[in-house]
Design a protein around this ligand. Sequence first.
Ligand code: FPP
Length: 267
Amino acid sequence: MSLGKIIHKTNIDLSKRIDKQKVPEHVAIIMDGNGRWATKKGLPRSFGHNKGVSVLKEIIKASKKLGCKVLTVYAFSTENWTRPTKEVDFLINLFSEVLKTEIDEIHQEFIKLKFIGDLTPFPETLKKIIYSSESLTKNNNSFLLNVCVNYGGRQEIVKVARELALKSYSGEIKPNEVNEELFNSELLTQGIKDPELLIRTSGEKRISNFLLWQLAYSEIYISDVLWPDFNEFEFLKAIIDYQSRNRRFGGIESLPKESFEDSQYSS
Ligand code: FPP
């Protein structure tokens, strides 16, 4: 489907409103609302997760087509273990099944797949599929898909602090050499640009322990749509909203350099 065909119920062609020069390189998504979507329809929660997978496929294609380079999705948080065992088992099995059925297409699309999080507690079968998928796609460079599983932002920050403390203890680094750059180099996302945009679906207005360090300056877009109902049209709405923002990174509105001298502050 070409961008020009994203005309939904409202009859608005959103693709015409996208500024190709201002497409975010890295988009992070909290895919929320699978359970509520299913419950609203009188279906088991698992139906929401299944539908969520097809939405994810649509959004990977849409973001790649738009010119984004990295998509990072929150598929399983460190807190998700507290769900009923049946749901946790279902999700673990879903990850394996999706990887088995989709990995060839992912590879054909030159997508590099990376799992971010502590894989230790997952069954060996899932770990094996994850490692082989990462290995198969490791040289692909058209697009990077990061899937966060058993991931927690605080846990990641603690891990970095521990690594740096150990390096300092062994004399590899001096304590006063610890800075943002060094911290970045120990993150699970090391080498990946921070997301310019975070999208959260289902109307919840929380970060929920997702990429706490990396989202420091990201624009946040909350969609009221539940993840299984999210689609390319809603994604483009998020991109257009992002493009309307004035990203100041704590400074003032971007001005040409010389305008400081020209401004009211010059003597
Ligand atoms: C949040 O909805 C969604 C999840 C915890 C799971 C998301 C996982 C997928 C879409 C599958 C992705 C698969 C791969 C291989 C990447 P929720 O259950 O928290 O919904 P609720 O807030 O309505 O209960």
